[in-house]
Design a protein. Structure first.
Ligand code: DAH
Length: 346
């Protein structure tokens, strides 16, 4: 092997290495080339082993060529490495790009349940007359749900309320919000103006117009000199605020054990305006609540002297009122928590 052979081998090695560097696809490939060509046991070292067979005066020249080859490959590796890094960065930037002009996904806004919304509306109207909201428990005792409302055990009027009992002696799921009247009378002194919204329960076969869970709003006013005229004026104002100032109202005789006299309160049919339609059974009127003057016995059970105080009370079904506000025809919809239904009320 002479000087020319060694020089040619070195140049060939350089040419091959530069080609490989050029074709390297990533940093790992460059590392492999570096190890293979320039490493301690690499091909450059291998070629330089032949240097021993050269005359001493030629050796520095081979050394110079070898250094130039090493330098050329080194700088090719560095250059290619930098190019690969910047193109990798570019691809990543493109791949991970965020388009800040893309419209966001809309967040669904929650809404009040139509029953709660209706209760809020009822409370707002009576609130203007000074009525304050109270709440009683859903599990009530027989004494407050019935006996203190002038409905003793075995009284035939119990048939008006098909009762769900709980496993605790003397307790039941309240069949109406009226026991709240007793609780408020025990808690407050007259003048009392209380509104009691809440969930009630009855043993019912469920269909579009019967539910075993439903809501009522109870009203109670007790003061000195409270009369039936106060009740009539208040309820008339309520109906006009709820259904329109032009709506006619009427009172009919009714029966409840806890009021005397008792009335049913009707509003001109909000669907047909009074001419008669299926919604009002062709009567032109819709009954929206029961009411009356609080029975003296109930005032007594409430700890109040009926010689001094008089009161009136009323109770309305919230679903019935919500049905009319929103033209809903099936009570079951209120309990199913189907967002396709609930989302329609804003
Ligand atoms: N509690 C009665 C019911 O569930 C409704 C009612 C009627 C409440 C007359 C009253 C009232 O306060 O005076 O059917």
């Amino acid at each position: 092997m002479d000087l020319a052979d060694l020089t040619r081998e070195l140049e060939e090695l350089q040419a091959q290495a530069l080609l490989a560097v050029d074709e390297a696809a990533d940093a790992a490939a460059l590392d492999a080339i570096e190890l293979d060509v320039l490493g301690k046991k690499g091909r450059l070292t291998g070629v330089l082993r032949g240097i021993g067979s050269l005359p001493p005066e030629d050796r520095p020249r081979v050394g110079a060529v070898a250094n130039a080859v090493r330098g050329a490959i080194d700088s090719a590796l560095a250059e290619r490495g930098a190019a690969l890094r910047s193109s990798e960065l570019r691809t990543r930037l493109v791949r991970e790009a965020v388009d800040v002009t893309t419209p966001g996904r809309p967040i669904r806004r929650g809404t009040l349940h139509p029953i709660n919304e209706t209760i809020a509306e009822i409370a707002a109207i009576f609130g203007q007359f000074g009525f304050v909201v109270y709440e009683g428990p859903e599990i009530e005792d027989d004494v407050r749900n019935f006996q203190m409302l002038n409905i003793p055990p075995d009284h035939p009027a119990r048939d008006l309320w098909d009762t769900l009992y709980v496993d605790v002696e003397g307790h039941l799921l309240r069949t109406h919000t009226s026991p709240g009247q007793i609780r408020v009378m025990h808690q407050e002194q007259p003048p009392i103006r209380a509104l009691l919204p809440g969930r009630c329960f009855r043993y019912e076969a469920i269909d579009a117009s019967h539910a075993s869970e439903f809501f009522q709003v109870e009203g109670l006013m007790v003061d000195e000199g409270t009369t039936m005229a106060d009740l009539k004026g208040l309820l008339d104002q309520f109906a006009k605020a709820m259904y329109g100032a032009d709506k006619r109202t009427r009172f009919r005789p009714g029966y409840y054990p806890f009021t005397e006299p008792s009335v049913a309160f009707d509003v001109e049919c909000v669907v047909c305006g009074g001419s008669g339609c299926p919604a009002c059974s062709r009567s032109g009127w819709m009954t929206i609540l029961g009411a009356g003057m609080v029975h003296p016995v109930v005032l007594q059970y409430g700890g109040l002297d009926p010689e001094r105080y008089q009161g009136f009370a009323f109770g309305m079904g919230v679903e019935r009122i919500a049905n009319l506000r929103h033209s809903v025809g099936d009570l079951r919809l209120y309990m199913e928590n189907d967002l396709r239904f609930l989302g329609q009320f804003r």
